[in-house]
Ligand binder design. Structure first.
Ligand SMILES: *[C@@H]1O[C@H](CO)[C@@H](O)[C@H](O)[C@H]1NC(C)=O
Ligand SMILES: *[C@@H]1O[C@H](CO)[C@@H](O)[C@H](O)[C@H]1NC(C)=O
Ligand SMILES: *[C@@H]1O[C@H](CO)[C@@H](O)[C@H](O)[C@H]1NC(C)=O
Ligand SMILES: *[C@@H]1O[C@H](CO)[C@@H](O)[C@H](O)[C@H]1NC(C)=O
Ligand SMILES: *[C@@H]1O[C@H](CO)[C@@H](O)[C@H](O)[C@H]1NC(C)=O
Ligand SMILES: *[C@@H]1O[C@H](CO)[C@@H](O)[C@H](O)[C@H]1NC(C)=O
Ligand SMILES: *[C@@H]1O[C@H](CO)[C@@H](O)[C@H](O)[C@H]1NC(C)=O
Ligand SMILES: *[C@@H]1O[C@H](CO)[C@@H](O)[C@H](O)[C@H]1NC(C)=O
Length: 485
């Protein structure tokens, strides 16, 4: 697989990353995984809800497949104390954040906190602008492992990359000064092109306005539908899944180990999308190397939600050690549409470690349909116009959704009378070590089930459900045919 290694080296040179990572805090070598309070609890978060969720995340086996961070969003705070330090709302957090952090750590998980690079947070609690060192110091003292840093009330200190960079870099430096590694998650909604400066100061940066639990809907509060990712100055909220996908596709190469495009919190299980749409959501977030941060209510988790969030074959793509985002190869509009937006189909492909290749067909139309891609299209980035050597090789095709847990298995895990079938801790490594194996494990839990092969010069054809995806891993056929043309 010389060509793929060359491809990665060329990419590294273009990005100027070489062998060093930009933000040298050693964190997020693969996209971060965890749970955040915001989408389900908003300002009604408290220690009970958070600890109950953490226990369920551990008990149901989510920890054993890589979910790691429990992240408090806005509304944990009660402003500043007499000496200027942030203090938690003691009604919500009777043991303080330090007490909560200790309990989360005792459960084997890590804790994240939230603030804004402004004078106030979005819910109007004290912001960190001008208090970066003091706030970072108190978080470190509490044992915080992760900081989500929002963009509300920024006093107009935006509009150029430099203004945004300076504001976000102040916190980056303050976090570093504490000496405690804290994953730094920038949340400035794509304003001033954070993909340009985020990689040098943060572990991830939001690409767009806020995602909501909807597949495809144009909303004036999430503008730039026509401009998509290009020159969109107004980030907004109420952004649909397709809106976010069609914006992020322009910046895939900016994601690399330690530095990721953030497509926003996962909405899987929150109730307003169909099962098929949540499969699509989870698959694309994994393929594009977005952080995988759940937001569902764990006290009410159902079997379908659990079996999406626990698809380790999809997570193996998210956590692949090559850390290379899939890219969109093509997009066609189709004439079946719902009441919002235009129907469209898209093909994403990208390299995985060990020479495997990801192929993801997205059918955003409202009818099930056959979709196809030639090896020339699939390996376009390894050699345009069919010049990639992989086009002359034979490939096995594995379906990454074929081994989704059955409803009975998933219900058993929730009921406490079944355990996850693929507990990585029990397989002798941390989840991250298991996902990082090269070549990847051939267990069906990590690579799905073989559904076909493709001959040299051939084409992959699959039926894809409406608002659905086909997510496939291709692996070179052992001793397969080689067309020496
Ligand atoms: C701070 O930055 C230095 C230089 O990049 C790095 O070596 C160190 O690990 C960083 N420390 C933390 C806690 O992020
Ligand atoms: C996974 O395996 C580890 C090590 O054997 C064990 O401690 C843990 O309880 C298991 N997790 C689940 C959810 O069964
Ligand atoms: C602290 O939390 C309690 C309970 O949720 C709430 O009633 C109160 O308004 C909060 N205080 C602040 C300053 O937000
Ligand atoms: C304010 O909070 C800091 C950090 O928790 C603490 O060290 C300090 O004693 C507090 N000051 C007052 C006046 O309560
Ligand atoms: C448009 O949709 C109709 C069915 O509604 C179908 O028969 C026709 O082939 C479609 N045309 C194109 C160009 O896809
Ligand atoms: C293959 O996909 C292309 C692009 O969507 C489409 O135009 C073509 O009709 C498809 N071919 C077959 C045989 O399905
Ligand atoms: C597990 O618990 C569920 C819910 O209580 C029950 O429906 C199911 O029969 C149980 N399965 C086994 C194997 O005990
Ligand atoms: C995985 O690979 C091992 C070693 O090459 C082999 O023994 C085993 O049969 C393979 N398992 C599957 C499911 O292909």
């Amino acid at each position: 697989m010389m060509q793929l290694e060359l491809g990665a080296a060329v990419l590294a040179a273009v990005l100027g990353i070489g062998t060093v990572s930009a933000l040298d805090n050693g964190l997020a070598r693969t996209p971060q995984m965890g749970w955040n309070t915001w989408s389900s609890f908003g300002c009604d978060l408290n220690a009970n809800v958070i600890l109950d969720t953490t226990r369920k995340i551990v008990q149901y086996g989510f920890k054993d497949i890589g979910y790691e961070y429990i992240i408090l969003d806005d509304c944990w705070s009660d402003g500043r104390n007499a000496t200027g330090y942030l203090q938690p709302n003691m009604t919500k957090f009777p043991d303080g954040i330090k007490g909560l952090a200790d309990q989360i750590h005792d459960l084997g998980m890590k804790i994240g906190i939230y603030s804004s690079a402004g004078t106030m947070t979005c819910a109007r609690y004290a912001g960190s602008l001008g208090h970066e060192d003091q706030d970072a110091a108190v978080w470190a003292e509490w044992g915080v492992d992760y900081v989500k840093y929002d963009n509300c009330f920024n006093e107009g200190e935006e509009g150029t990359e430099k203004l945004s960079y300076d504001r976000y870099n102040a916190m980056s430096m303050a976090l570093n000064k504490t000496g405690r590694p804290m994953l730094y998650s920038m949340c400035n909604w794509g304003v001033d092109g954070p993909w340009l400066f985020g990689p040098t100061i943060a572990n991830s940066w939001r690409i767009t306005g806020d995602l909501i639990d909807t597949f495809d809907r144009d909303d004036p509060q999430c503008p730039c539908v026509e401009k998509e990712g290009l020159d969109c100055k107004v980030p907004g909220f109420y952004c649909s899944l397709m809106n976010v996908v069609n914006k992020v596709v322009y910046f895939p190469s900016k994601a690399f180990p330690g530095a990721w495009n953030d497509m926003d919190l996962l909405q899987v299980g929150n109730g307003a999308m169909t099962d098929e749409e949540y499969i699509t959501h989870f698959s694309i977030w994994a393929a594009m190397k977005s952080p995988m941060i759940m937001t569902n209510v764990f006290a009410e988790i159902d079997a379908r939600t659990l079996s999406i969030l626990q698809n380790t074959a999809v997570l193996a793509v998210s956590q692949d050690s090559a850390g290379s985002s899939a890219t969109r190869r093509w997009r066609y509009f189709v004439n079946d549409t719902d009441s919002f937006g235009q129907g469209e189909i898209q093909l994403f492909t990208g390299p995985l470690s060990g020479g495997d290749q990801l192929v993801l067909f997205l059918n955003a139309g409202t009818r099930d349909r056959d979709m196809n891609a030639t090896l020339e299209e699939i390996f376009w980035e390894s050699g345009v116009g069919g010049r990639a050597p992989q086009v002359r090789e034979a490939w096995e095709i594995y379906d990454l959704w074929a081994d989704r847990l059955s409803n009975a298995q998933a219900a058993g895990i929730i009921a406490g009378n079944a355990t996850i079938p693929f507990n990585m801790t029990a397989h002798g490594g941390s989840p991250r070590e298991v996902y990082a194996q090269t070549p990847p494990s051939n267990s069906t839990a990590l690579m799905g089930t073989k559904v076909g092969t493709v001959s040299p010069g051939g084409k992959v054809t699959v039926n894809v459900k409406a608002h659905g995806v086909a997510m496939l891993r291709m692996r070179q056929q052992p001793g397969g045919d080689k067309d020496e043309l």
